[in-house]
Design a protein around this ligand. Structure first.
Ligand code: AMP
Length: 396
């Protein structure tokens, strides 16, 4: 059997999914899994289409292997495991953080494209080098294997100048300090599915809320992005699992001056210790917080919903109205409480939820009442399928 391998690589982890080629519409992954703890105890887990475990093992590289060697070792382990499943790689699609201003669509990787993607490392130093690493390793091992990059930023290239520009010194803007936006593959998938769920309203003023551990929103008109909450980095915008989202930049100066924080401590505070975790002091996980009786857990969830609703107000302006609000991501697809709390804030727009429909989880459907002033829907995202689709399309 031939397969399309989808890779999402981080510094210490690598997520993968395999789709049968040629790709069917709405195909489920043949198997999926992840390698975690690269650099410490490295675990390899793979599950089949029904979620049954195919492999769950600790893998050991030779003692003394450096981090790059360990990453190579993890990828090699995956490739030999895939071979043992009797799947032959037809192509590999990669989730890549940054396509800069150059890429508004996925691209087949050539040495020139790869060099351009490397030049974006300063724009995404925490992710871009790790996304590119398996591309380089695979190109070296299998020079003929087609590889495709799908960018988190590409969907947002349609934003007008006003939505992309920060009020900062022009010199920084010219260096590339702009509002790029992320989660683009998810928005692309959801916007593709949306007409089948809500009909003609999909072409109007739409806000898609991708609420997961990372969270953002995008405003669309005619299914094209006109504004989004994430900006230069994935730290801007909504409150998230462990990221603060938008805060007063003066707080960063305060941490530097008052607490002597350097870049590393600031990064940890903003990316790892804030958001739901920071406010609750309990967990970054919405399900855990919803199940907790602690007042701090409730405060964290309330703040998450309040700030999300405020951002919808801002995006409603950017979209010139609000015909539809669409929830996706782990929280958006599953938490009826979060959806209800956010939609309650939109009562002034006449938004009303159908309580029975909202009580359901993970199903693509309209969840507002027929007389609601705003159509509200849930559309489960599927970034891996979207990347597989682009990969097979670019192969011709
Ligand atoms: P993601 O990053 O998209 O995988 O989303 C992860 C988030 O979704 C975590 O905060 C989970 O707690 C949350 N989540 C998943 N299932 C549920 C659920 N049934 N109820 C509430 N939150 C959920």
């Amino acid at each position: 059997m031939q397969g399309l391998l989808i890779i999402n690589a981080g510094s210490s982890s690598l997520k993968f999914a395999m789709f049968e080629a040629p790709l069917a519409a709405n195909a489920l992954a043949l198997f999926r899994g992840q390698i975690d703890g690269i650099g410490a105890e490295t675990k390899f887990v793979a599950k089949d289409v029904n979620g049954a475990t195919l492999s769950d093992t600790v893998i050991h590289a030779p003692a003394g292997t450096d981090l790059e060697g360990l990453q190579q070792f993890a990828l090699e382990h995956l490739l030999s495991w895939i071979e043992a499943q009797k799947v032959e790689l037809q192509a590999v699609g990669h989730r890549v953080l940054h396509g800069g201003e150059d890429y508004s669509a996925p691209v087949r990787i050539t040495p020139e494209v790869f060099a351009t993607l490397e030049s974006f490392i300063p724009l995404g130093p925490l992710h871009q080098p790790h996304n590119l690493r398996p591309i380089r390793m695979l190109a070296k091992k299998y020079p003929q294997l087609p590889q495709v990059a799908c960018f988190d930023t590409a969907f947002h290239r349609t934003q007008p100048w006003l939505a992309q520009t920060y009020p900062i010194p022009r010199k920084l803007t010219q260096e590339g300090v702009k509002r790029y936006g992320f989660h683009g593959t998810s928005y692309e998938y959801v916007s593709r599915e949306l007409p089948a769920v809500i009909g003609a309203k999909a072409q109007g003023a739409v806000v898609i809320a991708h609420l997961g551990n990372g969270a953002s929103m995008a405003a669309l008109r005619d299914l094209k992005c006109v504004a989004t909450t994430m900006g230069f980095t994935a730290a801007e915008g909504l409150m998230m699992g462990t990221r603060s989202g938008t805060i007063d930049p003066g707080i960063l100066l305060y941490m530097v001056e008052r607490h002597g924080y350097g870049a590393e401590e600031l990064t940890r505070a903003i990316y790892k210790e804030s958001g739901l975790l920071g406010v609750s002091g309990i967990s970054q996980d919405m399900r855990t917080l919803e199940g907790s009786d602690a007042p701090e857990a409730k405060e964290a969830v309330d703040l998450f919903c309040y700030r999300a609703a405020r951002e919808i107000g801002s995006l409603t302006m950017a979209a010139g109205g609000l015909d539809a609000l669409v929830f996706t991501g782990g929280i958006g697809e599953n938490s009826s409480h979060v959806r209800a709390s956010i939609v309650k804030y939109l009562g002034w727009l006449g938004a009303r939820l159908d309580a029975d429909a909202n009580a359901q989880r993970g199903k693509a459907q309209c969840i507002s009442t027929p007389d609601s002033g705003v159509v509200v829907a849930v559309v489960p995202t599927n970034e891996e399928w979207m990347i597989a689709h682009h990969t097979s399309t670019l192969l011709g």
